[in-house]
Design a binder for this molecule. Structure first.
Ligand code: SAH
Length: 265
């Protein structure tokens, strides 16, 4: 009976940010294929002695499929450990289609994505009542082109939170797109490198005008999340709209109102 391959999100870097389910699977794993240096610590920390642990960074997609298939023939539990969440800029479908075709069972365990880790590191929020209620996960075109309708200037026109992956070396393109969408030069921009990595995390705050210079000064050229959001800095704003969920005047399923609602203007 062949084993099952689990595509597990390792989280953004801190080994404590893997899910309990992901950790349990690693503890039972006969073989682990992990994605580069971003997740090796988690793999070695939780995998049992004697586990066959392999870094995939020098492997082609075909070699990875072969390795995982061979591992599943020998072990009940095989883990493919990916950074953040496996469904965001991973190679989930490319890897799993051949497995399905070969009749090998597989499943996905979600992970904490680096966008969440970056915002947590900076003590910022992705959404804020009456400011933005929408988050866009995106990137700018590098070697991978963007599909029609998804260029950053078009997405930025919504003025929502933008979490921009895989784009730190293309920061000038991010700036151009935000400018084209009418974001002011003073718009706050956040860059977090190695979010959640113990001792290695770097947080850079700047504006649309100066974020590139600030990142250059900090020598940030890889493994960084760029966030543009109208919520940035809200912790220091003098005034804030209340979240309806916790507003005493707002009744919902779990709580009845304790104050009469204010008359609307
Ligand atoms: N699946 C991953 C994303 C992989 S793509 C996830 O859900 O997070 C790789 C990109 O993710 C990097 O270019 C960078 O933009 C971002 N990234 C991954 N780990 C990061 C970290 N610890 N801190 C900041 N950005 C990170």
């Amino acid at each position: 009976m062949p084993g099952k391959i689990w595509f597990v999100g390792a989280g953004p870097g801190d080994p404590d940010l893997i899910t309990v389910k992901g950790r349990h699977l690693l503890e039972q794993a006969g073989a682990v294929l992990f994605a580069g240096s971003l997740v090796d610590r988690a793999a070695t920390l939780y995998a049992p002695p004697g586990c066959d642990i392999r870094d995939s960074k020098d492997m082609t997609l075909e070699a990875m499929v072969d390795w995982l298939s061979a591992a599943a023939a020998r072990h009940a539990t095989v883990v493919r450990l990916q950074t953040g969440d496996p469904g965001l800029y991973g190679t989930l479908i490319e890897l799993t289609r051949p497995l399905t075709a070969a009749g090998i069972e597989w499943a996905v365990v979600p992970g904490v994505s680096s966008a969440m880790a970056a915002m947590a590191a900076a003590r910022e929020t992705l959404t804020l009542p009456e400011v933005t209620q929408t988050v866009i996960f995106t990137r700018v075109a590098g070697r991978t082109p963007m599909p029609p309708g998804e260029d950053l200037a078009a997405l930025a026109a919504h003025k929502t939170t933008l979490c921009i992956y895989l784009s730190i070396t293309l920061l000038h393109k991010v700036q151009d797109a935000l400018r084209a969408a009418g974001w002011p030069e003073t718009a706050p921009i956040l860059v977090v490198q190695k979010a959640s990595w113990p001792g290695e995390e770097k947080i850079v705050r700047g504006t649309l005008a100066d974020i590139k210079q600030r990142c250059q000064a900090e020598k940030i050229a890889s493994q960084a999340m760029i966030v543009a959001s109208p919520t940035l800095g809200a912790a220091d704003w003098p005034e804030l709209a209340r979240s309806k969920l916790y507003d005493p005047a707002f009744a919902h399923r779990f709580r009845s109102a304790t104050l009469a609602p204010e008359p609307s203007a």
